[in-house]
Design a protein around this ligand. Structure first.
Ligand SMILES: [Zn+2]
Length: 99
């Protein structure tokens, strides 16, 4: 189990320079959805106060991907989704031993 994040609410040290602290900031996040450029203002991010390294908040990215994924979160509508044909009963099939 790795629940360290929840246990330690401390600022993250920078992985790049190991000297700075990742400061919470809000940036505009850019991502491509197919051929469409999506911009998300005020996206939670972390910026190192020493080297300026940027890191977008991982949870926020997961959340964003969930929203942008056209298949996510939608209730299953009857949209030409034919269920797989019923399988024959497993009990009727028996391996044949010819000895
Ligand atoms: Zn740094």
């Amino acid at each position: 189990m790795s629940d360290i994040e929840d246990v330690l609410p401390q600022p993250d040290p920078c992985n790049e320079c190991h000297a700075g602290i990742m400061q919470p900031r809000q940036l505009t996040y850019f991502t491509w959805l197919g051929e469409e450029l999506i911009t998300v203002p005020h996206f939670p991010a972390w910026i190192c106060d020493v080297c300026g390294r940027r890191e977008y908040d991982g949870k926020a990215i997961l959340w964003l991907n969930m929203i942008l994924d056209p298949n996510a979160g939608k209730p299953t509508t009857n949209k030409r989704r034919t269920p797989p044909p019923p399988r024959p009963h497993a009990g009727t099939f028996r391996p044949i031993h010819d000895s």
